[in-house]
Ligand binder design. Structure first.
Ligand code: OOG
Ligand code: NI
Length: 270
């Protein structure tokens, strides 16, 4: 079968993601080794600002064109974010979780910084699939990143990394090697990876039909316009879904858990 445009897009996003998160390759290979080479993704996550030019709906375009449909809406008041998730009828394709920062809820100073970053994006680039993993479209000195960090970890992450997958997520339901997150987390801890402990190692429960855990983002050297600094980049997530009363697996997200998962890219203590 010839590769679909969506498959090549997702593959290119995976390759970009691995350059920022070398731990993900080691973890992927660990699970691939235990599961006949097969690791299925539950979802990928993308981030953006809510400025018209780059808003959530613009980021969703290539996925909508590939047949994805919007399924769930989420709000994160303290983090000043909203999000949607999209599903495709092909169960082999990962769900796509896209969030956007409500820029007008930040200080005037932060708004001015973010607007000036977004001004540097060429609107025509939004029409290209490669936008999804095109990274930063702006120059940013380290002090400006630090200023955003004081108000929003999410804004700071976006300002440093731009447009690229924030994380991929292993579908634990598809693993033969593991049927619970406790053992999977223990394996990762034994292998020396650090996990996000905000709200506990496991977020969610069978009661909400979804359990999730994630690594803490890899730290990588980022070139700001004036200096190079090591900061958290991308993380890897693990999701175990439970059946609804009708027997089908729950496919949505859980806002209270997602709220904690966002913190996997935090720089400062929780
Ligand atoms: C998204 C965090 C939420 C989930 O699976 O609940 C999430 C992000 O960090 O951009 O991925
Ligand atoms: Ni996620």
């Amino acid at each position: 079968m010839t590769e679909r445009r969506i498959d090549s897009l997702l593959n290119a996003m995976w390759e970009d993601y691995l350059t920022l998160n070398p731990d993900a390759r080691r973890i992927h290979d660990l699970f691939a080794g235990l599961n006949n080479g097969v690791v299925i993704n539950d979802h990928i996550a993308l981030r953006t600002f809510n400025n018209d030019k780059v808003c959530l709906d613009k980021i969703a375009r290539p996925f909508l064109e590939a047949g994805y449909q919007p399924k769930g809406d989420y709000r994160f008041d303290t983090k000043k974010l909203v999000a949607k998730h999209f599903e495709h009828e092909d169960p082999e394709l990962p769900k796509v979780f896209i969030s956007e920062l409500l820029v007008e809820e930040l200080s005037e100073e932060a708004q001015a910084i973010i607007n000036s970053l977004v001004d540097q994006v060429d609107a025509r680039d939004l029409g290209k699939d490669i936008f999804c993993y095109s990274g930063r479209h702006w120059d940013i000195p380290f002090a400006t990143y630090s200023q955003l960090l004081g108000e929003s970890e999410y804004a700071a992450w976006m300002s440093a990394f731009g447009y690229r997958p924030n994380h991929f997520t292993v579908s634990v339901n598809h693993l033969q090697s593991h049927d619970c997150l406790e053992a999977l987390n223990q394996l990762l801890l034994d292998e020396g990876f650090s996990l996000n402990d905000s709200g506990g190692l496991i977020k969610g429960s069978p009661d909400v039909f979804l359990e999730q855990s994630s690594t803490m983002a890899n730290r990588i050297a980022v070139d700001f316009s004036d200096r190079t600094v090591e900061i958290p980049s991308c993380f890897y997530e693990f999701a175990l879904r439970y059946p609804l009363p009708d027997g089908t697996l729950y496919q949505g997200f859980v806002a209270a858990s997602a709220d904690k998962i966002f913190e996997s890219t935090n720089v400062t203590g929780r």
